[in-house]
Design a protein around this ligand. Sequence first.
Ligand SMILES: NC(=O)N[C@@H](CC(=O)O)C(=O)O
Ligand SMILES: [Zn+2]
Ligand SMILES: [Zn+2]
Length: 434
Amino acid sequence: MTTWIINAKRLSEQNGETEIAHVRVENGLIAEWREGGSLPDTTGAEVIDARGKLISPGLIDMHVHLREPGFEYKETIASGTESAAKGGFTTIAPMPNTRPVMDTPDTIRLVLDKAATEGVVRVLPYAAITKNELGRELTDFAALKEAGAIGFTDDGVGVQNAQMMKNAMALAKSLDMPIIAHCEDDSLVEGAAVSEGEFARKHGLKGIPNESEAIHVGRDILLSEATGVHYHVCHVSTEQSVRLIRLGKSVGVKVSAEVCPHHLLLADEDIPDSMDANWKMNPPLRTPKDVEACIQALEDGTIDIIVTDHAPHSEEEKARGMERAPFGIVGFETAFPLLYTKFVRTGRWSLDFLLRRMTSDPAKLFRLPYGTMAVGAPADLILIDLENEREVDPAKFLTKGRNTPFTGWKLYGWPALTMVNGNVVWTEENGINR
Ligand SMILES: NC(=O)N[C@@H](CC(=O)O)C(=O)O
Ligand SMILES: [Zn+2]
Ligand SMILES: [Zn+2]
């Protein structure tokens, strides 16, 4: 089947300017690009008129929670991938903290099968480092890799024991697989819900200190140096972590890192006094100094990629209040508009920079054949409307989660069409297309 997307705005690789381009998609692959004003011959093809919207490789999100199996009331593979498609994501990597935990080949296969039959975007699952994410016994890495896992992580909790982490890294290295780490030292956290700082002091709450994250980052960089594994730090939120990752990179350790939109845009002092638990996530919102450190780290390449850490929870769970509600906020349907509006439209970043950190950079880091619009590549393409301002309205989300601190924010940069493997899976006009 042939599809032409005509009259799209494309960023030029040479100078970052935009130019009008037309792309032919053939059998799921990008087949041909034409530049300029004159239209190609589209006889016999399906034609999508982009009407000047931006065309980009589909976004790639290497840290998400789809909740299936086990927590279908929070999200399913169907609802989560639909939400991803609406957010412009064509490839997503779900975390294994499901029920059961994705710690066996069968669970990995179940997720892949469900994604193939019920999902609308590409799903690349991680498997757990330890059985049931309890930190006691390693999973069968070789069998999990064989089943289709793309890396190992106990996201949701930190691996508390250094020897366990070192063994995991050595085994992952022998299989040429990455270790992805949620960095959190439990002994320093002790049931706190928000960061140690302004907000915690004002409300007399126990705080999560910055060191609880950075201690694991520092430990694991040393273990990565010792084992040679590709070690990837989840959701960096502190200036201290940034400093350690920068140091690790400077001495040649294979360390990489990711950051979430909320840690680039919000600080603990922004949390409303109403103690709305839609502002509760792990790691917590830190100080403005940490926020600026994360932004600069992303800019200078210390932090490699942007992820959402899309973490849906039910309204009932989030209504339990700041101290009792679970950690996490949804992310797919606000990520690009937030960053485009707050960093590109304000002039701090180029559009090219933002897109690279959400497309080609994650693809390169995890050696995936996506995140590119080169001829021959899978046609994972999105159209983005850069001109129209719209308000964030959780009632319109496709995710089951309504847990976002960004309700009411007025943003630009809304995805308008998402194509995966040459199939249009979502459009703004007609919604999901299976
Ligand atoms: N980020 C969160 O606040 N929550 C995540 C777990 C995690 O990413 O650590 C979740 O599974 O809900
Ligand atoms: Zn985590
Ligand atoms: Zn997570």
